[in-house]
Design a protein around this ligand. Sequence first.
Ligand code: GCU
Length: 438
Amino acid sequence: MKRLLAAASIVIAAAAPAQRSPERAAATERDYRATLALLGIASMRPGADGRDRSASNAANYDEAKVGAVPPLPPLLRTQSGRQVRTARDWWNVRRPELASLLEREVYGRVPTTAPRIVWTLTAEETRRNGGVGVLTRRYRGTAARAPDLAIDLSVTLPPVSGGPVPLVLELGFPEGFRFPGSTAPPGPDRTKRMIGAGWAYAVLVPSTVQPDDGAGLKEGVIGAASRGRPRAPDEWGALRAWAWGASRGLDLLEKEPLIDRRRVAIEGLSRYGKAALVAMAFDRRFSIGFIGSSGAGGAKLLRRDFGERLENLASSGEYHWFAPNFLKYGGPLTVADLPVDAHSLIALAAPRPLFIGAGNFEADGWVDPRGSFEAARAASAVYRLLRHQGLVGDSYPAIGETRAAGRIAFRQHEGGHNNGPNWPAFIGFAGRHWGLAR
Ligand code: GCU
């Protein structure tokens, strides 16, 4: 647990550089209170305390204390109460219903005033990576109506001979970025692995799309779209904005003849793992998702009380990831009132392949790895309706076991809060589903 907290706080600090000043913290608190006032909410419940085990609201890390998970909202029954029995009903009725519930109550919809992004090539360089020459292109995304916006995207291509190559788009930090004090784990890094597989990769820096705090809701693409007025209760939070940024990146990548537009994966860790799953759910052009340690607000069932709780997400430190409406569930309503859960979000990716990962329980318990497994199992009903297997197998996999017989893979690796040890398994999984002999 200590290791988790150390890792998590490093991530938080690094995810929002220069955004932690007292002024910004005060502006965040002001926006948070204004958002609660707008929704008519008088008080919120505290989240789980991940640090103090003796606190009355200490996070639960004991499987025996999870208790009965409240019934999950149905995936295959329409709002009018009809059972969904055909793929056609899924695509025409139930999927749109779930997508609009997830938008309205959790992640928010993209307003029609979202800025139009124009990409400019700012630099191009060839260098060596993994023993081969690669070409890296750096782009900046700007918008006429948002003069401060400068979205950072870089694209690296392997030496290409023959047809277009698959690409993994990562929501992350600029390439080469290191957390202060961190050392790279031994072995080839993910970029060498992708280049070694003959794939291209791209890195989009989400904090350049939308800053990672409540004060930032007046900035970034959300600020540009709302033009000074407060967000409407069903409008986007940062997760949807980051996912939208990934889609704008994909608009550009699709125009590159060396990239196989039908084989573009989206990948992210932790808060960016949540955003990667939101991107899979709302943009069907992404063919595969690599969703790492996404936890609460990502692939983990919010109704399962283990690690982080909905109330943490609805607190002033994280509410900006969501639509204002989501805050209701941390105050006047509870998680049991939520008309969706993580299985609904995963189901929107169906029948496309998803690789869901996490670290071991000691180091990554906050994200509730098992809660993602349970959500994936529940979502598999939709994969079956669409005549594919989702997550195969009912027993909980051992650490280091890749459960990947179906279109949803699950793997809990031996390390902590990172995707590192899961890359080889992901590359094998994606290669297989992309029909590439390896
Ligand atoms: C915190 C937060 C998580 C989030 C994580 C991260 O731990 O509670 O929801 O995923 O930060 O992004 O590193």
